[in-house]
Design a protein. Structure first.
Length: 188
């Protein structure tokens, strides 16, 4: 196989199996093509159920998983892959960048966490980086009150196993208000 990115074939691991889990069909196809041209053997899924089936059929060495899927949560895929193949390198992609989800993903076995839009080069660098060479956290900036509130809501949401009704009860807020807040992007 040829390789567009000046990654020598001897630097690629022998097992190049990769599962991409993404419900955005355009992004899924673009990422799939990009990873195939870089030497990976790619299978893809658009839902949690499809992904878990692929993982059980043949556990991949690598995975790129979107957090928010149409019917389900990518964290379930991360946890299952970590259980089935603990040595798999999983990268989590999301358009909703928040610390609570990043921490949950890492605790469940993800190797790295990338905010969308991440290009194929970012994904390759994350997948092939040496085990102890994670990027340092970004420098601490002043966090706005809206961001602090958002982070608190996300933390409680994760503690409640992503149960909207229970989270709303614990936060003393109406369930629909919470649903609207969860569907929006994180404030700066």
């Amino acid at each position: 196989m040829t390789n567009d990115l000046s990654i020598p074939q001897d630097e690629l691991p022998p097992d190049r199996s990769l599962v991409i889990v993404e419900d955005d069909k355009v992004l899924l196809q673009r990422l799939r093509r990009a990873m195939e041209t870089r030497g990976f053997v790619v299978r893809s899924a658009e839902s949690v159920a499809e992904a878990i089936t692929l993982i059980h059929d043949s556990p991949p060495a690598f995975a790129v998983v979107d957090i928010r899927l149409g019917r389900g949560n990518g964290l379930d895929v991360v946890a299952e892959l970590s259980r089935v193949r603990p040595t798999a390198r999983t990268i989590v992609l999301t358009g909703f960048d928040n610390y609570a989800t990043a921490v949950s993903a890492i605790k469940l076995g993800a190797f790295d966490y990338l905010a969308k839009p991440a290009d194929a080069d970012d994904v390759i660098n994350a997948l092939l980086s040496p085990p102890n060479s994670k990027a340092p956290p970004p420098p601490p900036d002043l966090i706005t009150a809206d961001r602090v509130r958002w982070e608190h809501i996300q933390r409680v949401y994760e503690l409640c196993s992503r149960n909207v009704s229970e989270t709303a009860r614990r936060l003393a807020m109406h369930r629909r208000t919470l649903q609207r807040m969860l569907s929006k992007r994180a404030p700066k």
